[in-house]
Ligand binder design. Structure first.
Ligand SMILES: Nc1ncnc2c1ncn2[C@@H]1O[C@H](COP(=O)(O)OP(=O)(O)OP(=O)(O)O)[C@@H](O)[C@H]1O
Ligand SMILES: [Mg+2]
Length: 342
């Protein structure tokens, strides 16, 4: 990672080592009789770790070009030799959870709401109407993820997948100024890709996995702004809904795996739609996030954003395994997301 400033690069002793032993490289399969060519085939579809094999079904592996059923069996067997196939004690699991870090939103109030910020090994979804700050939050995270934080967080690189053509490097420069960090360094640490179709969006995830693997422990955050926009275009009407949801489920499962496999935070934004049933049931909020149950269940934490006065916005925890349903007010400023001034 390119240094933001000298003070920013100070490495915690041993931290990098921990990160490196966080996953087992797929090349280790060679020791168990899997040949290099087959390992290369797995890598070509973004499976770069032994855990990645465990996370992929036999059926999906058989669909990889050049892998026969017999080969897949051999690969699964080899992977199981390297990795305990299942249970941990709660203590072991809590040790693993200690690697979880949080990335600040830029607003203390907002962070408090989230229990410290955007969490790693999880998918955080922010949804809201237009101009509620989803893209501004995405940009702010591109900078704050690079800054060292509490609990030995060293900061790291970011991958940004843009589906709406709203990514603006100039915004990163403004936000970098607020945190007194170098423009070029900040921009150098953000890898950007524009996705043009939902299929392309999925294909990019192979590249993402490869990158996270290649620069182990360096990448901390993956942003997709927005997760649903292209699905909305590519699949229209009721007739294609089932197919859309199936493809969406595959993408989300992929994101979930990537976040756990490489200990990164995944942040996605989402749009809202009018709920046609709402007027019938007199719901207070007639709009709801799109993506249905599939997205609802895949997101670890869901945040709903709505407009307040002027530059103020209100964030509400919609669904979280550990945080209560609270609200926080924040502001959109020239320097990104910040606290509302009293
Ligand atoms: N440089 C800036 N300084 C202050 N506020 C800004 C700046 N740039 C954008 N904003 C504010 O951010 C808001 C737009 O937020 P954002 O683009 O994040 O919305 P969004 O939720 O992504 O909307 P959409 O659904 O259209 O993508 C606007 O109210 C705008 O005034
Ligand atoms: Mg936006």
């Amino acid at each position: 990672m390119k240094a933001l400033e000298d003070q920013v690069v100070q490495e915690e002793p041993g931290y990098q080592d921990d990160e490196e032993s966080f996953f087992q490289d797929i090349d280790l399969l060679q020791k168990h009789g899997i040949n290099v060519a087959d390992i290369k085939k797995l890598k070509s579809v973004g499976i770069c770790t032994v855990k990645g094999i465990q996370m992929t079904t036999r059926r999906a592996l058989c669909n990889v070009k050049g892998l026969s059923e017999a080969k897949v069996d051999k690969i699964k067997e080899a992977a199981n030799k390297l990795i305990e196939p299942g249970f941990l004690t709660a203590f072991e699991y809590s040790e693993k959870r200690k690697m979880v870090f949080h990335i600040t939103t830029g607003s203390q109030e907002f962070d408090k709401l989230l229990g410290g910020g955007i969490e790693s090994m999880a998918i955080t979804e922010a949804f809201g109407e237009f101009r509620t700050g989803k893209t501004q939050l995405s940009h702010t995270l591109c900078v704050t993820a690079q800054l060292p934080g509490p609990d030995g967080y060293t900061g790291g690189k970011i991958i940004f997948i843009d589906t709406e053509n709203t990514f603006r490097p100039d915004r990163l420069r403004d936000i970098a100024d607020r945190f007194n960090v170098d423009h070029d360094a900040v921009l150098d640490n953000v890898l950007y890709a524009r996705a043009y179709t939902s299929e392309h969006q999925m294909e990019l995830l192979d590249y993402v996995a490869a990158k996270f693997h290649e620069e182990a422990g360096i990448f901390k955050l993956l942003i997709i702004d927005s997760i649903m926009a292209l699905f909305r275009v590519d699949f229209s009407g009721r007739g294609e809904l089932a197919e859309r949801q199936q493809k969406l489920a595959q993408m989300l499962s992929r994101l979930q795996k990537i976040s756990e496999e490489y200990n990164v935070a995944v942040f996605v934004t989402n749009q809202m739609t009018a709920d046609p049933g709402a007027t019938m049931t007199f719901q207070a909020d007639p709009k709801k996030p799109i993506g249905g149950h599939i997205l609802a269940h895949a997101s670890t934490t869901r945040i709903s954003l709505r407009k307040g006065r002027g530059e103020l916005r209100i964030a509400k925890i919609y669904d979280s395994p550990e945080m209560p349903e609270n609200e926080a007010t924040f502001a959109i400023t020239a320097g990104g997301i910040g606290d509302a001034k009293e």
